[in-house]
Design a protein around this ligand. Structure first.
Ligand SMILES: [Zn+2]
Length: 408
């Protein structure tokens, strides 16, 4: 027992002594590799440390070499494929500033040595050199030299995130995602309007965001907004076309007036959930004149009036289209709805186009008339009557309204 404990004490003493000694030794003779710059116009690389030895090559001013070790005022270096010795006085060590990327990082006396202190995330370090996967550093904030594991040091300052749950934001317009908080930083990507991101941090007028795919970048704060504010309080009139004795067009099994009401009832809850005030021109199978429908829109001073219809032409006709009457007042709304409707339903894009229809012509408010497919085409009639299609159509119109109001 006695022998064992004495041995243990001796062993720990030797380990401690060797650690201290190796650290002391490091401060005079480099046991780590580091980068150094040539400060002479021409510097001879010799086979051994001394001017008597043969010249293996020459280095030029400002070339950066890796220093492997030192001996009597000479440095053993590697430059590309050349290894040899150069006079140490013609080399200047290259230091760089690194930052702690771990939440807590130990500062040690030597690689895997004893702990001198704990460094918090984003602490700045002067990096002198490397030994394996360890960096020899100076920590200005605590005025200490030591070693840290290189895996937790980056030349880029990490952003300290304050909360675990992130605020969602949406891009108002096509926006450049940049490497840092300013227009002087490189563009990582250009993201389309409507892209959703998580807000990670703020610096002045700039916001650090993360896309759903994990990409992180910076955006000017004026380019994004809270998605919950987009449809909030918007007055939207949903006009299910036809009704009562006016059946509209008919397919083999379905009447237009039934499908238009189904579509309006599918769309409304999505808008209401987003904070919009939805007004129906009809919620049941009743007849309304075209003038009555327009009056509802004008009376409520609606932000958007959407008239829903199904089309008829030939048995092979297919596709969706959206009509506007006024190129200024209505066309942006119609284009936005048409674009989202096509991407959601995948039906043929017949475009946003001019149409001289009473409900949009006489409307004082932004108005669009949407044709959601052809009942004259038996295949398309079957398709549009499915609940899957109705959901896709509702999502498409909802997205179109969201995109329309996003920039307003
Ligand atoms: Zn119709």
């Amino acid at each position: 027992m006695k022998v064992a404990s004495f041995g243990k004490i001796l062993l720990s003493f030797l380990v401690l002594f060797s650690l201290i000694f190796s650290f002391q030794a490091n401060s005079t003779e480099a046991a780590y590799t580091y980068q150094a710059k040539v400060n002479a116009d021409v510097l001879n690389v010799r086979s051994q440390p001394g001017t008597a030895y043969s010249i293996k090559g020459k280095l030029l001013k400002s070339q950066v070499v890796t220093v492997l070790g030192q001996k009597n005022g000479w440095s053993r270096i590697v430059y590309k494929t050349t290894t040899g010795w150069v006079s140490s006085k013609f080399l200047t060590s290259v230091r760089w500033t690194g930052y702690v990327t771990a939440t807590n990082l130990y500062l040690r006396s030597a690689p895997s040595g004893k702990i001198l202190g704990t460094l918090s995330k984003a602490t700045s370090l002067t990096v002198y050199g490397k030994d394996g996967s360890w960096y020899k550093v100076y920590v200005p904030s605590i005025r200490k030299y030591g070693w840290v594991h290189s895996s937790y040091v980056s030349s880029q300052k990490p952003v300290i995130v304050r909360t675990a749950s992130y605020e969602k934001l949406v891009m108002k317009v096509n926006s450049n995602l940049r490497k840092g908080p300013g227009t002087n930083y490189a563009i990582l990507s250009t993201e389309p309007a409507g892209t959703f991101v998580d807000k990670l941090a703020v610096k002045g007028d700039w916001i650090q965001v993360r896309k759903l795919n994990g990409t992180i970048g910076w955006l000017h704060a004026s380019l994004v907004r809270d998605p919950a504010s987009v449809l909030k309080g918007k007055v939207i009139v949903l006009d299910a076309g036809h009704g009562g004795y006016d059946s509209g067009t008919r397919g083999r099994s379905y009447l237009e007036k039934t499908l238009t009401l189904t579509s309006a009832l599918e769309l409304a809850p999505r808008l209401q959930k987003a904070g919009a005030k939805v007004i129906f021109t009809r919620k049941t199978d009743v007849y309304l004149s075209l003038a009555q429908r327009v009056n509802i829109s004008n009376y409520y001073n609606s932000d958007a009036f959407i008239s829903l219809h199904y089309n008829a032409y030939s048995p092979t006709s297919t596709g969706v289209m959206t009509f506007y009457y006024n190129g200024y007042k209505d066309a942006p709304l119609a284009r936005s709805i048409q674009s989202s409707l096509v991407s959601s339903t995948k039906l043929r894009n017949m475009g946003a186009r001019y149409g001289n229809y009473h409900v949009i012509r006489e409307n004082r408010r932004p108005a669009a008339l949407v044709e959601l497919g052809f009942l004259s085409n038996p295949y398309e009639e079957k398709l549009v009557a499915t609940s899957t299609y109705q959901q896709k159509a509702a999502t498409g119109i909802y997205n179109g309204l969201f995109m329309y109001f996003l920039q307003r």
